[in-house]
Design a protein around this ligand. Structure first.
Ligand code: HEC
Ligand code: HEC
Length: 225
């Protein structure tokens, strides 16, 4: 090992240690969490949502009226639960969501997660160019971007635990949150899995990916109507 590799590997080690000192989330998908998730009751979740004004922004059917607010209908229960915990723990920053979650028990969050997961996922309206489909299905090894589908499921339906479903996204929210991952403003993703993917994406690519996953047709098509 020459001097430069020695210094750079020491630097990498220090960086990884400081990341380990401040975990990006307190949620682990261990057996206790999985048992809690399994105990989630959609009917109870529906009631908790109504009593805590969740419907004001996410609507009763989990599809937000404002395209800048996320749609959460049909989202993975494990992903919803993790986000609610992350907001409580200030691992993910949102004043609105902190206010709405801070008094809820973990069991309430599991019920809410079961409720939203039980709702039908909104239809994905978008089309994608070949270049965008390439990113989705194959990624871009030259820029170390992994295929979206390798984590988020072959049809964007969601993968394991925290690998959210991407179908039926609010367009504005999709662009905002992906840009936040790109810039490191959203950093609650365990092992930086999304920050690593989003970092090299261009703004145009983020817009094109949003056009694909969103519930609204891409802008050109919307204008034709
Ligand atoms: C005042 C509006 C408002 C209310 C009320 C509200 N939310 Fe949210 N919610 C938002 C916004 C805005 C975001 C996105 C914030 C961000 O960028 O992190 C969000 C994010 C979320 C997310 C993460 C979505 C994702 O795809 O990552 C979940 C889950 C969620 N809310 C569930 C709830 C639940 C459950 C309640 C009730 C306990 C609730 N929200 C109440 C506005 C609201
Ligand atoms: C290595 C696995 C991995 C790959 C590859 C990946 N993602 Fe993700 N993605 C995740 C994880 C894990 C999360 C949840 C992070 C968290 O806990 O908040 C996530 C979250 C997201 C979110 C936020 C969802 C929401 O509701 O807020 C979007 C949008 C997203 N990914 C888009 C993409 C796109 C587009 C690609 C391809 C360019 C991609 N991801 C590739 C693992 C991955």
């Amino acid at each position: 090992m020459n001097k430069i590799t020695l210094i750079s590997s020491a630097f990498a080690l220090v960086c990884s240690m400081s990341v380990a000192a401040e975990p990006s989330s307190n949620v682990a998908f261990d057996s206790a969490t999985r048992a809690l998730l399994a105990s989630g009751d959609p009917a109870k979740g529906k009631e908790i949502a109504a009593n805590n004004k969740c419907n004001k922004c996410h609507s009763e059917n989990g599809i937000a009226e404002d395209p800048d607010d996320p749609n959460i209908a049909g989202q993975l229960n494990s992903y919803v639960y993790k986000q609610l915990r992350d907001y409580q723990d200030k691992k993910r920053q949102s004043k609105d969501m902190l206010k709405r979650t801070k008094k809820l028990e973990k069991q309430d969050l599991a019920h809410l997660a079961a409720w939203y997961a039980s709702l039908p996922v909104p239809e994905r309206m978008g089309k994608a160019s070949d270049a965008t489909l390439q990113l989705i299905n194959k990624g871009d090894p030259k820029r170390m971007i992994k295929a979206c589908n390798s984590c988020h499921g072959r049809k964007g339906q969601g993968g394991k635990h925290d690998a959210a479903t991407l179908n039926g996204m609010s367009r504005g929210y999709f662009v905002t949150t992906l840009t936040e991952f790109k810039e490191g403003d959203r950093d609650n993703d365990i092992y930086s899995r999304m920050r690593n993917v989003a970092g090299p994406l261009t703004e145009a690519e983020i817009e094109a990916l949003a056009d694909y996953y969103a519930t609204t047709p891409p802008p050109e098509e919307a204008e034709e109507e």
